[in-house]
Design a binder for this molecule. Structure first.
Ligand code: ACO
Length: 402
């Protein structure tokens, strides 16, 4: 790789790489990804081992601060988070303004950006280490509360306040599936599944939403606004929104009689905009290691919860056919993380339009870590160049003569 960013005598020369397929934008020590070999590591630890042996909050600490926490560091981290789980009561008024069926991702990006209005210590373009850390803790603490409120709003149910004696994931599940008057018993199978899903989504180097967080933050914009921009980028169906699109597609195929061959033919037809959602990845060209773990978790959870989901059969059929079809083989299109995550979220009882919000909840520590690294490395403002192909030198024509 050649670092041309330090060269000052290249005026007139621009590298054109739409979609940044081969353009690096930073040096990062957070996540290692080898797309050919299907390797994903956070701070040097394999994703398989982290998913099996650690909790989401440990992984969050690892990504943000660089190493796995000691028992004392973890206790302190959890304590700090638990002190900030409440969200300013005035923010509840926003919910009165949203239509009850508005998409949760639209609500989430507005609410996260609004945190900057309530917690203005985040606004300094050059926060002290303490101010920056406080914002990080607040964001980690308040995001599950906000996400659970969004869900309660969609049901028209009263919100459930955080219970700080619970661990991060159980607290979130209690605020989501619990009721105001009683604490529900959270099934450890569900807590473990949620931990796995959140860990697998926690970071993925310079993807669309993460690059957005870094580029917005590079203008010295505050962390809440930068993360809110990342949430917007995640929403699209070619990125995080794919997990919702996958289930919608599987439902459609099921309701259409379950003819997977017909839908695969549609995906291959270049005159048809339909794509097989949950297939393909910009970087993974052999397999997505997260999909491998999720596929197994999916089988385990459906089995443990005793759920027989017909869309899973459609998913398995699609995977089988697609993986032996030359169109998909030649283009190296394999199931990605979103292909199976939706089936698990569904089994856990989440409605489809909450799936991408859950992705955001998992990706939060990665976005924070990437924003923090970018600021600590004093990276310059992100400002891509272009090649202008429009008109030049046009004479102005008055409105009466056009
Ligand atoms: N179904 C059918 N054909 C596909 C698919 C698909 N899911 N994905 C790619 N292709 C085809 C393209 O039509 C193209 O074919 P061509 O060479 O004949 O023109 C070729 O494969 C390469 O595709 P690109 O779009 O150039 O690949 P790119 O790296 O730009 O896109 C992406 C990657 C966006 C993930 C794409 O594979 C896609 O749209 N997948 C479906 C959406 C999805 O699952 N997104 C989630 C990604 S993972 C995540 O964000 C967590």
């Amino acid at each position: 790789a050649v670092d041309i960013s330090k060269l000052r005598d290249l005026s007139g020369f621009v590298t054109l790489d739409t979609g940044y397929k081969n353009t690096g934008c930073t040096k990062s020590a957070i996540t290692f990804l080898d797309g050919e070999k299907g390797i994903l590591k956070y701070r040097g630890y394999g994703i398989e081992e982290l998913a099996e042996k650690s909790s989401f909050i440990e992984v969050a600490y690892l990504l943000i601060y660089g190493s796995l926490p000691t028992a004392d560091q973890l206790k302190d981290f959890q304590f700090q988070i638990s002190r900030h789980t409440l969200v300013h009561e005035d923010m509840k008024k926003f919910f009165d303004g949203f239509p009850s069926k508005s998409h949760p991702m639209g609500q989430l990006c507005s609410l996260v950006c609004s945190l900057s209005a309530f917690y203005p210590e985040s606004l300094s373009p050059h926060p002290t280490k303490e101010e920056q850390n406080l914002t990080i803790i607040k964001l980690l603490a308040k995001m599950p509360t906000i996400v659970s409120w969004i869900y309660k709003k969609s049901l028209g149910h009263p919100i459930v306040y955080p219970q700080n004696k619970l661990d991060y994931v159980s607290n979130y599940l209690n605020m989501t599936f619990g009721q105001r008057t009683e604490e529900v018993e959270i099934d450890p199978v569900v807590v473990s599944a949620m931990n796995t899903l959140l860990i697998l989504h926690a970071d993925h180097e310079q993807n669309c939403s993460t690059s957005t967080v870094r580029i917005v933050g590079s203008s010295e914009c505050n962390l809440y606004a930068s993360i809110s921009a990342g949430i917007s980028a995640l929403w699209g169906p070619l990125h995080g929104g794919a997990n919702q699109a996958v289930i919608e597609m599987l439902e459609k195929i099921k309701n259409d009689g379950g003819d997977t061959e017909k839908w695969i033919a549609k995906a291959k037809d270049k005159n048809d905009p339909f794509r097989l959602m949950g297939f393909g990845h910009r970087v993974y060209k052999n397999f997505d290691p997260r999909a491998k773990i999720i596929k197994k978790a999916c089988d385990d959870i459906l089995d443990k919860l005793g759920i027989d989901d017909p869309v899973l059969d459609i998913a398995k059929k699609l995977e089988e056919v697609a993986l032996s079809d030359p169109y998909f083989v030649e283009r190296k299109l394999y199931p990605n993380v979103d292909f199976y995550s939706g089936i698990i979220y569904r089994a856990l009882g989440f409605p489809t339009d909450m799936f991408t919000v859950l992705f955001a909840l998992g990706r939060l520590p990665g976005w924070i870590a990437q924003w923090k690294e970018m600021r600590e490395n004093k990276e310059p403002i992100g400002r891509p160049r272009q090649i202008y192909i429009g008109e030049t030198d046009r004479a102005f024509v008055g409105i009466g003569d056009r």
